[in-house]
Design a protein around this ligand. Structure first.
Ligand code: SAM
Length: 374
């Protein structure tokens, strides 16, 4: 199968490594996506274990396409819709990209839809309904100048929604972005890990989940179960391999979360418990200034407010200055990873960065910055 995985911007090479680790081949990295080849077992496995992918798209056809007529004909002739889409099942169409004659994705999607239902009416005498919420197939068309690529999307919901976070703190990180940030730190569960402004706990939950290789198996609407080549034996055999994951047998170094806001703190505790990780994370409801940690040096994570979504820049200057002072006095020898969305504020830490990695956090151009605290 030819597959494309969509990725948070800045984490593509980490997604490529995940895909390779779980058996994907011929991997190519693009902006916000990674393409690869795999068999069904690897495809199903990746749905359980990829921590970074948003979605997977399986390519089913590719054809030259310059305008609405070649699109209509190409859609009808390049794939066996009659076999894959019974008329009593619904579908929806999504479009990305454009070319000279097909500039509006909504119009292009309409053309694709018409091509499929016209074909169904001609061959079957009836047609599928369109469903955006609960489709049987999600058909994705990507236009790249004069070429169209048709794919099937494999889940309704994005895989970043793990299901442990129904309760949202202010400005939470997406779970897959948090997972990628942790991969960048190279934390492997052998040194202490502290998130001193942990919000809903996402970074800590993702850090432990991926180090313990906890699969991502909350109820997902796997559309690949509707595909005519779905192989239940392979799917079940991949699922059975997951069952050997007994959390109680794992040991991991000390993991600590700190959150000042009592409501957010309570949410974080609930999220951690939903993720099944309450025995792995020690939570403190306090200002980080009161945090006393008697551990060997490890990794400190920090996703502080940065004035766009919560807090105001002026008020935050004191917070950053206090944070820099506190870390230098109490965490000598530790490594700090801080997600900065505001370089003006980061200067008030008065610390020297050793690495800055560009990351897009929900449309905000951020830096994941490493500091060696001395
Ligand atoms: C941007 S949010 C962190 C979001 C988190 N990474 C998540 O995914 O949910 C920043 C958090 O820092 C907390 N915070 C602000 N000042 C703090 C302080 N002095 N001590 C501890 N936590 C603080 C806020 O209450 C907020 O929940």
């Amino acid at each position: 199968m030819n597959v494309v995985a969509s990725s948070p911007e800045g984490l593509e090479k980490f997604l490529a490594k995940e895909i390779s680790d779980f058996g994907g081949k011929e991997i190519e990295i693009f902006k916000r996506s990674v393409s690869f080849k795999c068999d069904l077992a690897v495809f199903y496995r990746l749905h359980f274990y990829s921590r970074i992918a948003f979605r997977f798209y399986r390519e089913v056809a590719r054809f030259p396409c310059s305008d609405k007529n070649s699109l209509y004909k190409g859609v009808q002739s390049s794939f066996d819709w009659i076999k894959w889409l019974p008329a009593d099942k619904s579908f929806c169409v999504q479009v990305t990209g454009k070319n000279f004659f097909l500039r509006h994705t909504h119009f292009t999607a309409l053309q694709v839809k018409n091509a499929i239902i016209d074909l169904q009416k001609k061959c079957l005498g009836s047609r599928s309904d369109i469903s955006l919420k609960n489709p049987y197939l999600i058909i994705h068309l990507h236009l790249n100048n004069e070429e169209a690529i048709l794919s099937l999307q494999s889940t309704v919901d994005s895989l970043h929604k793990r299901g442990y976070r129904p309760l949202m703190a202010d400005a939470p990180l997406k779970e897959n972005l948090a997972a990628g940030l942790i991969q960048i730190t190279e934390w492997e569960g052998k040194t202490p890990l502290v998130d001193i402004m942990c919000g809903s706990g996402t970074l800590l939950i993702e850090a432990i989940s991926q180090n313990l290789k906890i699969p991502n198996i909350t109820k997902k609407n796997y559309l690949f179960e509707n595909w005519i080549d779905f192989n239940n034996d392979i799917f079940i055999s991949e699922k059975l391999k997951l069952k050997n994951n007994n959390l109680s047998k794992f040991e991991i170094s000390k993991v600590i979360g700190c959150e000042i806001n009592i409501d957010v703190f309570e949410q974080a505790k609930k999220n951690i418990s939903l993720a099944g990780l309450e025995n792995f994370i020690e939570m403190h409801n306090t200002d980080f200034i009161n945090l006393v940690i008697n551990e060997e040096p490890g990794v400190i994570l920090c996703n502080p407010p940065y004035g766009r979504r919560i807090g105001h820049e002026q008020e935050l200057i004191d917070l950053y200055a206090q944070l820099g002072e506190f870390l230098k006095q109490n965490f000598s020898g530790w490594t700090l990873w801080l997600l900065s969305g505001n370089s003006k504020l980061t200067k008030f830490l008065k610390m020297k960065a050793s690495l800055k990695i560009p990351i897009n956090n929900g449309g905000i151009d951020c830096r994941w910055i490493k500091y060696l605290i001395n």
